[in-house]
Design a protein. Structure first.
Lengths: 248, 334
């Protein structure tokens, strides 16, 4: 099961949103997608999920071009969590999570499981618009969890940016369990320290181009980060634990 | 109370209310020489006219309401309606052109002549095509652009209708009939083919709307999310657009352009059965029936000294404030 981005470019007239991106996400690994604002992180995710049409190049899902797959086929392989979900109807939390099963056989067990994993059982019958932004992010993640197959691809765009610390930790642990179970997890994230903590691999984007991709510690080269973000970084080593990346 | 039970009760209550309103319309009568209103079964000669008027109101009310549900789901916009998007005005312009081209003394004797149905459909679909093409940005249908284009096209169609009215035959009979048609009316003797075609469209539209209910639920998500859960959004939008246009055309061919039913009925139905479209489509159709048949019954009882009120005036007077109430109380979510 693979997710390959092959020479992908997206131009809006003279504006280059993505330029010849070629990279591959691995099953069973969490890949962090990092870069400064307007680097192209969200745009790349939207191209992969089929929401934007690339100007050139393509995305291969399990060796098949994504643009030739029907929406239903794509939904069986990819689940997507945007930065901020839009639900323009007063559906309950449970109904929003059930939408994850739209192209799949309905499964109350999968929906209940997703609600439980994201700590949403108590608010399952509340209207989605009445929740806080952080709670809405958990609902959106639960929808993707209800949709995702064991060896599927989960694309997330800042999925925990508005969550409280307890639920950030809970959600990231869930992403780790999904990856350990065989899923490919891609997470666009601004918090580099958190990216180091959770990811196995990292894609670094800047100015619409892929600057580096590979093992997180190798990509997070301090000089490279400084040149891309314009900020100095240092590693704080912790014996027996993952070191902390600190912005000076 | 369980949500499913509450929704089932809501739908049942609406069905009961629709039957009661239809029964009221069948019984209600006003003394033509005075203001006295009576409730009694009509004589056999009158009963057929009453039943026909009820059928017209049922078809037009349900068609406009279902069309409103489809458009609001399609555009993720609680203000979307056949009226706002210019579909009613386009259908009306089609009918107006047909009237202008086919005018003769006989044709104006029948408020819903046989040429009105196809003309309304052509007008509605032409406007839909224009709004659809102009409402796109970068190859995708943009809900905001679509509403703005719809409002502008609606205004242009309205101006063309008035222009044709101004240039048209000047006999008092013709002008009076066109004016009343423009305000919306419930004919008691429509052309049978128009009635049957519009009725068929209402049934097909209602059934198709219920079948597409889950897809419309998914379409309430953003474009990217809707596609990511497996919805073929482009195909759904084309289907909903054509269906909404055909339903509106049927209603306009029968009754003329009638505002607010397609806007208010979906909101009122949501209060009773919630936002799921499989249930919302039949519920909104029932609310549309209650509004149209109820307004028709109401205008039998109102005497202002100038004949029966045009139904479009009554639906706007009821629907407008009701919609403002929905907006002010925050109950008018899509």
């Amino acid at each position: 099961m693979s997710l390959v981005v092959d020479q992908l470019s997206l131009h809006y007239g003279q504006l280059r949103a993505l330029e010849k991106i070629s990279v591959q996400a691995k099953a069973g690994r969490i890949t962090a997608l990092i870069g400064p604002n307007a680097a192209g992180k969200s745009t790349l995710l939207k191209c992969i999920v089929g929401g934007l049409r690339p100007t050139a190049g393509c995305v291969l899902i399990d060796d098949r071009p994504a643009h030739r797959l029907s929406a239903a086929t794509l939904a069986r392989r990819i689940a997507y969590v945007p930065q901020r979900s839009v639900v323009s109807a007063a559906f309950t939390v449970r109904e929003v999570v059930e939408l994850g099963r739209y192209a799949l056989p309905q499964s109350r067990a999968r929906v209940d499981d997703a609600l439980g994993r994201l700590d949403l059982i108590d608010v399952a019958d509340r209207p989605f618009p009445s929740l806080s932004v952080g709670q809405q992010q958990r609902v959106t993640l639960a929808r993707a969890v209800a949709q995702l197959s064991e060896d599927g691809h989960l694309l997330t765009d800042e999925p925990t940016s508005a969550m409280d610390l307890k639920h950030v930790r809970q959600s990231l642990q869930l992403l780790r369990r999904l990856a350990d179970g065989g899923a490919t997890v891609l997470i666009a994230i601004h918090d580099l320290a958190r990216a180091v903590m959770i990811s196995d691999e990292t894609w670094l984007l800047a100015g619409a181009r892929l600057v580096a991709a590979g093992e997180t510690r190798k990509v997070m080269d301090l000089k490279r980060l400084e040149s891309v973000f314009g900020v100095r970084f240092e590693w704080i080593e912790r014996p027996g634990k993952t070191p902390i990346l600190h912005a000076c | 109370m369980q949500p499913a039970l509450r929704r089932g009760l809501g739908l049942s209550a609406l069905g009961l209310l629709a039957i009661m309103v239809m029964w009221l319309r069948y019984l209600i009568d006003r003394d033509p020489h005075g203001a006295a209103v009576s409730l009694a079964p009509p004589p056999p000669g009158v009963a057929l006219f009453r039943l026909t008027a009820i059928a017209v109101a049922v078809i037009a009310g349900s068609s406009l309401a279902i069309s409103g549900v489809l458009l609001q789901a399609l555009l993720r916009n609680p203000l979307a309606s056949p009226f706002i998007l210019g579909i009613s005005a386009g259908a009306g312009l089609g009918v107006m052109i047909a009237i202008s081209l086919t005018y003769d003394a006989d044709a104006v004797a029948r408020p819903a002549s046989s040429s009105h149905g196809p003309a309304a459909l052509l007008g509605a679909l032409a406007v839909l095509g224009i709004v659809y093409l102009l409402g796109q940005r970068r190859g995708w249908l943009d809900p905001v652009s679509l509403v703005l284009v719809g409002v502008i096209v609606s205004a242009i169609c309205g101006a063309l209708i008035m222009l044709l009215h101004h240039l048209g035959p000047t006999t008092g009979l013709m002008q009076g009939k066109i004016t009343r048609w423009m305000m919306g009316r419930i004919p008691e003797y429509p052309e049978p083919i128009t009635l049957i075609a519009a009725g068929g469209l209402a049934v097909v539209g209602g059934a198709a709307g219920m079948v597409m209910g889950r897809a419309m639920d998914a379409a309430t998500l953003s474009d990217d999310e809707a596609r990511s859960v497996g919805l073929a959004l482009g195909r759904l939008r084309v289907g909903l657009f054509i269906l909404a246009g055909a339903l509106t055309a049927g209603a306009v061919a029968l009754c003329g352009p009638i505002g607010f039913v397609g806007l208010i009925a979906p909101h009122a139905a949501r209060l009773l059965v919630g936002p799921r479209h499989t249930l919302l489509v039949p519920a909104a159709a029932l609310v549309g029936i209650v509004i149209m048949v109820g307004a028709d019954a109401g205008r039998q009882a109102i005497e202002l000294g100038a004949g029966r009120l045009p139904i479009g005036v009554l639906t706007a007077l009821i629907g407008g404030p009701a919609f403002i109430w929905l907006l002010r109380t925050g109950r008018g979510q899509a």
